[in-house]
Each structure stands twice: as C-alpha cells, then as structure tokens.
Design a protein around this ligand. Structure first.
Ligand SMILES: C[S@@+](CC[C@H](N)C(=O)[O-])C[C@H]1O[C@@H](n2cnc3c(N)ncnc32)[C@H](O)[C@@H]1O
Length: 441
C-alpha cells in the first residue's frame, strides 16, 4: 500500500503581554524579552564578526551561514539586512537553516510585526514562506543575491544530508564549507537533541579552518563539544540578563570519523555518499566561465538568467528570430501542478517545487513590474468523484499543517470566487496565476 504524505508538526505558541512568542512545545522563549533583534545582532552577527567579513567579500563570492533553529526567521532577516548594508553588490549570502516545528504563517506574521525596521524584508519572507512540508525548501531574494535554504525537519537528520549532497551552499564556495554558525536551538537543558554530540560533529565536518560559531548559551557541554571538533572557544559577556555566551573559531583540522573513512575522506571529510553521475561534477569542477545554452524557451531563459546572476557569461542560441517561439510559445501559461496524495519522491518534489515556482515569479515581478505575472488564483476542478476524493484528502493534509494553505471549495464557493458558474468542487491555489512565457524570456 502506498504511504500517505508525511506531516510536520507546526510550532505551538503562546504570546506574552509584550506580544512576544513562547514555545509551549519546548517551554522556552524564541528570543530575549529585552529585544530579540538587538540580541540577534549582538549574539550572532557581532560575535561572528559579520559586518567586517561581509565587507571584505570579493565579486560574486559566496558567504554561507548555517543555523540550527529558524523559528521566526529573525536571525535570517537581521543577517540579510546587514549583508545588504555591508557586502559588495555582487556578493552572495547563502543562509541554511533547519526547523523541526515551523511557525504557521499567521504566527510568523505576528512575530515579525514586532520589527517594523525589517518590514521590507520580512514581507518578502512572509510572501514566499514555504508550505511546511518536510524537506529542503529554497528561496531567492534580490535576484538570487540572498539565498535561503530552509530545511524542515530534524537538524540531526537534515544537516548530514547537506554534508552528503552537493548542496549549492557548499559547492558554490571555494572552501566548500559553512563560514559562520548560528547555534540557536532553545536552551540545551530544554532541547538537548539540538545540541547532540552527533550534530556538533556534523557541524565540525561542515566547517573549515576559520569558520566561526556563536551561541547565546555558555553551557559547558556545548563548549566541550565544539572543542572536540576543532574549535577554539571563548566565553564573552552575554546579551541582556545572560552573564556569558560562547563564540568559537575553528583552528584545528582534526579528522572527524565519518562513514566509510577512506584515505580520500581523510583529506576531504565531506565525501559524497552518492555515486550517481549528477553528483560528481560539482565536486571537482571549478565554476564555468562561459555557458552556451541551445534553445530559448522558458527553461533555457531561466537557466541563463540564473547563471548570469552568478557572474557567468551565457550565450543563448535559437533557430527562431525571438525567444519563446517553440514549446513555450503559449501566450498564457498557467502555473499548475498536480499534487499526489501519496508520499514519494515525485510528490515531495512537487510540494517543494510548485511553491518555489510561485515564489520565483513573484520575485521576478518585483524586479520587472512589466513582466505581468497575474496571481489571480488557480482552481483545479474535481471533474469526477475520484479527483474530488483525492482533493479532499489533500485538503485534510494541508489543514493539518496550516489552515492557510490551498483549500477545497464547494461549487457555490468556486462559483463565487470565479464569478462564473462552476459545476464542480475545486482545489484552490490562491497565490497561483498565469504569465506569458515570452515576457519572462
Ligand atoms: C530559539 S528558537 C530559534 C529562534 C530563531 N533563530 C529566530 O530567529 O526566531 C529555536 C528553534 O529551534 C527549533 N528546533 C528545536 N529542535 C529542533 C531540531 N531537532 N531540529 C531543527 N529545529 C529544531 C525550534 O522549533 C525553534 O523554532
């Protein structure tokens, strides 16, 4: 029997009298009551010396931050803001964060409303917040200058997957490692799983000499675990009422045992567990200088744009006199995806890629207002009983994770929204829409 779609438990919050979130699952605060934003700047940005490090980046250089608990995204937004203020215009920030219990969208909006000075950035995060389905969700902002990899699930499972994969955050950097760590997973006493020895070993493997780490805690176990993976650890004054906190820098390239442990892995501990050909190239290849793309449909043009944003010269060749004259020649392309009710690689891919596509076109529309992406909403009609049943199952799934997700409409609701007589029930994707591929190209 096929497996049903895997679920993820959302964060459970209470709000204090100042309107700040508190986790009832972990019985702990998301950030300091004194000021979450100032805490984030002091504990994570300043203690990792990010302003200076961002300002010293070269053209098209990538800086990678990895975080253990995304929570409200406050650290991400504070880092994004600082990067925009301090890094050269063509440098890239890649922010990887893990989250076991993502906030529901309404909670995220409420939490981020606490920081009006970040509103220009937080509105973009809110608009593109992924459907909280397990796995990796990628989002680009500012034409790909800011890249967020939000890994939904247990950090103990997902960070080793970054290590095993050719994750772009790692393969894009010359050192192929994280540059700075934000260890922000509730107090170790309240959430020991996020400070496990195994996780800190993964952290060690994803680091290089010079990688830094910072955390609000000064717990002895954390200090010793960081030391055991080659970090020199310093206690400094903590934020607000906290007496101390930890900063660390990797100074020793001690070998951390891993999997097969061949000779090759000893010199490059982040070996790949994969032997599929598409995993081989980026391990050894340098960034290409010039790429030729044959064809100029929507896939070709999107690839060309992405490469150009990374500073790679691109030549597009097509037999037609203009772009998008072949299979992408339809003047009205609807963003549409059929989501299966069964778990499997394809459904996981669709659940991550469909919202990614919506986010991608929303971002493009911000940059090129003439592009005209029409987010009029898309209905998938339940034209027979089988489809209606499948859509009901999908809707129950979405409702369990966040009731702000795609919803099931009866015929009257569908008729009302479409302003046309609709004879079928429907699954409604409110943020979806259509565009003309030629405009995108
Ligand atoms: C202190 S909060 C993080 C605050 C956050 N950095 C922010 O800017 O709002 C800790 C986060 O770690 C998450 N978390 C707890 N255990 C986890 C695990 N095993 N894997 C991934 N995330 C986890 C919690 O759900 C919570 O959102």
């Amino acid at each position: 029997m096929s497996k049903t779609l895997e679920n993820i438990e959302a964060a459970k919050l209470e709000w204090d009298e100042q309107g700040q979130p508190f986790s009832t699952l972990f019985n702990d605060v998301y950030f300091s009551k004194a000021s979450g934003l100032e805490e984030s700047r002091y504990v994570f940005l300043q203690a990792n010396n990010l302003q200076e490090r961002f300002s010293l980046l070269g053209e098209y250089q990538h800086f990678v931050i990895a975080e253990t608990g995304f929570g409200t995204g406050l650290n991400f937004l504070a880092a994004w803001q600082l990067f925009s203020q301090s890094a050269p215009a063509n440098a890239h920030l890649h922010f990887i964060s893990t989250e076991l219990h993502p906030l529901k969208i309404a909670d995220l909006q409420r939490a981020l409303a606490l920081w009006p000075e970040l509103s220009a950035l937080s509105s973009q995060l809110i608009d593109s917040y992924p459907m909280p389905t397990p796995g990796m969700h990628f989002r680009n902002f500012e034409s790909g200058r800011i890249h967020l990899s939000l890994l939904l699930g247990d950090a103990n499972v997902l960070l080793p997957q970054v290590l095993d994969s050719d994750h772009p955050a790692i393969t894009h950097t010359e050192s192929r490692a994280v540059d700075a760590w934000f260890l922000d997973g509730f107090a170790p006493a309240k959430n020991p799983a996020l400070w496990s020895e195994q996780l800190l070993q993964t952290l060690g493997r994803l680091s290089r000499i010079g990688t830094t780490a910072a955390t609000f805690t000064a717990a002895g176990d954390v200090k010793r675990a960081l030391q055991s993976v080659g970090f020199s650890v310093k206690k400094i004054t903590g934020f607000g009422k906290k007496r101390d906190m930890i900063t660390a820098v990797k100074t020793e390239s001690n070998h951390i045992p891993y999997k097969g442990d061949t000779e090759q892995e000893k010199t490059d501990p982040r070996h790949s567990a994969h032997d599929t050909p598409w995993h081989l190239s980026s391990k050894t290849d340098k960034k290409p200088e010039h790429v030729v793309i044959i064809g100029s449909g929507i896939a070709a043009c999107t690839t060309a744009r992405t490469l150009a944003n990374k500073g790679i010269k691109v030549t597009v060749i097509d037999k037609n006199p203009a772009a998008a004259r072949g299979a992408s020649g339809n003047p009205q392309a609807v963003l549409y995806s059929k989501i299966s009710t069964n778990d499997g690689y394809l459904s996981r891919f669709v659940l991550a890629s469909y919202p990614y596509a919506l986010h991608y076109y929303q971002q493009l529309q911000r940059e090129y207002p003439d592009l005209v992406f029409h987010p009029c909403g898309v209905m998938q009609l339940a034209v027979n009983e089988k489809t209606e049943k499948q859509q009901g199952t999908l809707c129950d799934y979405f409702n369990q994770i966040d009731n702000a997700l795609p919803c099931f409409l009866n015929t009257e609701q569908a008729t009302d929204i479409a302003n046309l007589p609709i004879k079928h029930a429907a699954l409604f994707f409110e943020k979806a829409g259509w565009l003309n591929p030629e405009n995108v190209c």
